[in-house]
Ligand binder design. Structure first.
Ligand code: NI
Length: 173
């Protein structure tokens, strides 16, 4: 992101393991800021390039900027078979269209290593975002993509997948 290259070791981890509390870095758990088109991270001339984001995706199928210590509202997702088609969502936000429609999926997270859990999320959502040129988009993602998007947007809000897990189960993480 931003011309830097990231690998698994650059990803902040929000869970210390051994049932201990979250990492205390407040930056990790605070909502991230929207990106302005003229902001230092995001200019029309020297914007984010998809190829800069692919190395981080090698380690998973999605990553939020928060996880590499950039508190901007940007997520990358690559659910392609070959992991060579990263999508970038700037300032993503969604609304739930149908509260009764859900999808359960076993999720993992680079920031919570070694932990997988089936999480149920709404699967009928309307997503709005900007691309790296600042163009606005709107879509209704489905399946794995809708799961990923919500997981990554949670990161931007300072929320981790363990927040969906009961306290008793958390102690065993
Ligand atoms: Ni994650």
């Amino acid at each position: 992101i931003g011309g830097e290259r990231f690998s698994r070791s650059n990803v902040l981890q929000g869970w210390k393991g051994d049932g201990r509390a979250f990492d205390s870095d407040p930056m990790f758990y605070n909502p991230s800021n929207p990106i302005g088109l003229d902001g230092m991270w995001f200019t029309k001339d020297d914007g984010l390039r998809p190829q800069d984001c692919s190395p981080c995706i090698d380690a998973g199928i999605g990553l939020a900027a928060t996880q590499v210590n950039h508190h901007i509202r940007l997520i990358t997702i690559d659910i392609s078979e070959e992991r060579n088609s990263p999508m970038i969502f700037v300032n993503p936000e969604f609304e739930i269209i149908n509260e009764d429609s859900h999808l359960s999926f076993e999720e993992g997270c680079l920031s919570v290593p070694g932990f997988n859990e089936e999480i149920t999320r709404p699967d009928n959502i309307k997503l709005k975002w900007q691309d790296i040129k600042g163009e606005e988009h709107e879509d209704m993602p489905s399946g794995l993509l809708t799961v990923c998007i919500q997981h990554e947007i949670d990161h931007l809000e300072g929320k981790l997948m363990v927040d969906y897990v009961s306290p008793i189960k958390r102690e065993r993480i």
